[in-house]
Design a binder for this molecule. Structure first.
Ligand code: OVM
Length: 407
């Protein structure tokens, strides 16, 4: 058995085309649509010799792998590294990187903390924060939308919702960059993110502790499950770590991508202004069109077949969610951004037992923001070229110069 990038190196299964591509090449990560198309064209799976893995980007098979947590486990890591063979960079997440029955317990606690009721109570706060921020940006007229809007909004509302007394946007974003780049190979992106570990990890660990969290937030709601004996105090801290890992960078990406979609498609923005009830649909279409989590892996626990392709035990499968969400055999006019599209079934939040547990929170944040924008901003225009920021798992902008005009 050969080990490669920390996992079992599989041979190309019969019927699978080998494709000499690096899915983690910075240029592909910055502009992935052509790579997505080629991946789908290779068949249900492509074999990637560089990493000795399978990759899938068609809707049906990507969904099948993601939906089947028994055949395709998460406990061996959702990146290239197989946690059964190599020790991960941090103690594994007890929700993302866990299987049932253990996952069921931690997921139940997290789902309760992030329940619809808990989120409904934040709606007014989110709306007020959104109106204030949009007024500030209209006042400025031109601004850099990644830092001043996509990061600024979640940075204002998310840490207080968790109950963090102290907000450190830079450390939270640097930590997320580590978490998401960590699922890729040991490349330049991963190493650059990890270089900040000594500064960032101790801060994160400290701010997961109970005494750091104010009553009424998601963090304390998780610790209440420890008080009830459902999880240990240590497990509660680990679940707060999951909130901080997954809760900020993802919404930053979603907001930036939404603004990019709307600035690129002024007719769609007009449609949204005519019918603000489309705000939710516009966000779902953003998720489909520019999926913030572009890929996560699963590991085949046993030998199995998908689409009649034999998959050996231990195989890592790169599930390219961004490609599945653009599959023209599933989505009519897949390469067009349409706010009124029916987007049900998109895979941007994953699917199955690991489907994003914070998705209602993400929707609440972006809906508050888009509602304020649609109410106050007449036109959204580029004020320079957007630049994408390569990341081993996240598709998000690095620079987005925009103009907001009131008229
Ligand atoms: C976690 C975690 C980290 C990254 C992503 C995620 C998309 C979860 O630490 O549990 O979900």
């Amino acid at each position: 058995m050969e080990i490669h990038e920390g996992h079992i190196a599989i041979a190309p299964p019969p019927g699978v085309t080998a494709w000499d591509v690096d899915p983690y090449d910075a240029e592909i990560l910055a502009d992935p649509v052509e790579y997505y198309r080629e991946l789908r064209a290779k068949g249900a799976f492509a074999y990637i010799p560089k990493y000795a893995i399978l990759a899938c980007g068609r809707y049906a098979e990507t969904r099948e792998v993601f939906a089947d947590n028994e055949r395709f486990v998460s406990s061996r890591g959702v990146g290239l590294q197989d946690f059964q063979l190599q020790e991960p960079w941090r103690p594994p997440s007890i929700i993302l990187e866990a299987d049932p029955p253990y996952h069921t317990k931690t997921r139940t606690v997290m789902a309760r903390a992030l329940s619809a009721g808990a989120i409904a109570g934040l709606k007014d706060q989110f709306e007020r924060a959104a109106e204030t921020l949009v007024d500030e940006l209209l006042e400025k007229g031109s601004f850099e939308a990644v830092t001043e809007l996509a990061e600024a909004f979640p940075a204002r509302v998310f840490p207080p919702a968790v109950g963090l007394a102290e907000t450190d946007r830079r450390r939270l974003l640097d930590y997320a960059a580590m978490v998401f780049n960590a699922v890729g190979p040991d490349n330049e992106l991963r190493r650059a993110a990890m270089a900040k570990a000594a500064d960032v990890v101790p801060w994160i660990t400290e701010h997961c502790k109970r005494y750091r969290l104010k009553p009424g937030g998601f963090g304390r709601a998780i610790y209440e499950a420890a008080d009830a004996g459902e999880v240990t105090e240590t497990e509660a801290g680990m679940l707060v770590r999951s909130l901080l890992s997954a809760g900020l960078d993802t919404t930053v990406a979603g907001i930036g991508n939404a603004l990019w979609c709307l600035a690129s498609n002024p007719k769609e923005y007009e449609a949204l202004k005519r019918d603000p009830a489309l705000v939710r649909a516009a966000f779902e279409e953003t998720l489909r069109f520019t999926s913030p989590v572009h890929s996560f892996c699963r590991t085949a626990q046993h030998g199995t077949t998908v689409a009649a392709i034999p998959i050996p035990a231990g195989a890592k499968i790169l599930c390219v969610l961004g490609a599945a969400n653009l599959d023209e055999s599933h989505w009519p006019d897949a390469d067009r951004f349409k706010v009124a599209r029916r987007t049900a079934g998109h895979l941007a939040f994953g699917t199955g037992i690991h489907g994003c547990v914070g998705q209602q929170l993400a929707r609440a944040e972006i809906e508050a923001l888009l509602k304020a924008i649609v109410a106050k901003v007449g036109h959204i225009e580029f004020n320079g070229d957007p630049v994408w920021r390569p990341n081993n798992a996240i598709h998000a902008l690095d620079k987005l110069p925009l103009v907001f005009r009131a008229d």
